[in-house]
Design a protein around this ligand. Structure first.
Ligand code: ZN
Length: 255
């Protein structure tokens, strides 16, 4: 159903329901096309981490030294061997590792991906031994994900007001949802980068060879690409959805 209304002396026509449905379908298609490279970025990271598995014994030696000199033990940090712990399968299989800031535990399969451990120690250093408010970046991680997800909903709302109409608070959010979705991910992107940088610095201090450091850098770069990819492509997908919904649902001036 369509209706007519006036704004600033100009007559506007509300868009039909069909137009809204078309806009929604197109926005969903374009958005999934924009996000489609993300699984490849994840696979590329897994490939890189698997490439370094034959050198794991070298990484493991260095990781133990790095943990000893990190000063994290005195802060209550523990390394939990994922193989024998009650943790999700991906950690047991050595497909990923993590630092839990609530329990201060690094969960890692040291028999497989010790190379990833330095980055997790970097997260622990960020949380427990950091300056300039770096520890707060990690606290913004979950709210950032929620906010970015929320922006997807704002993007697919139908536009009910003509272009020049006064903007309410939600209109302003709607108008900037792509930017907000991107910015909401920035604390995570930044904190991940700092964790990698500190991890590599610690590995160097623990005497890692050039080869090990290079291998580590490659893994960390690919891991980081998954975060930047999610921020950039996620922001773009939200932006594109909003533009499409705008085109299909914004009331049109009647000549
Ligand atoms: Zn990380």
């Amino acid at each position: 159903m369509s209706s007519v209304y006036y704004y600033n002396g100009q007559e506007y026509k509300q868009r039909a329901q069909l137009s809204q449905t078309e806009g929604f379908v197109l926005a969903s298609l374009v958005s999934s096309a924009i996000l489609s490279p993300l699984p490849y970025l994840g696979k590329s990271f897994t490939k890189q981490i698997n490439k370094e598995i034959p050198n794991n014994h070298l990484y493991k030696d260095c990781f133990e030294r790095a943990f000893d000199i990190s000063g994290l033990k005195s802060k209550g940090v523990e390394v939990i061997e994922a193989q024998s712990a009650n943790v999700p399968m991906m950690y047991k299989l050595g497909q990923n590792a993590c630092f839990d800031p609530i329990t201060n535990k690094v969960v890692l399969n040291t028999d497989k991906i010790s190379a990833a451990g330095f980055h997790e120690l970097g997260h622990a250093l960020n949380a427990l031994k950091s300056k300039y408010g770096v520890k707060y970046l990690a606290k913004l991680r979950a709210p950032g994900y929620i906010l970015a997800g929320l922006m997807e909903y704002f993007a697919i709302f139908s536009r009910t007001k003509p272009k020049g109409a006064p903007r309410s608070f939600t209109d302003v959010i709607e108008d900037n949802c792509g930017k907000i979705a991107f910015l909401a991910m920035m604390p995570t992107v930044l904190e991940e980068g700092i964790a990698s940088w500190r991890g590599i610095k610690l590995a160097k201090k623990a005497g890692a060879s050039k080869e090990l450091l290079n291998g580590m850098k490659k893994i960390y770069l690919k891991a980081h690409t998954t975060y930047t990819g999610r921020a950039v492509l996620g922001g773009l997908a939200v932006f594109a959805s909003r533009k499409i919904m705008d085109l299909f649902t914004r009331p049109k001036p009647v000549d």
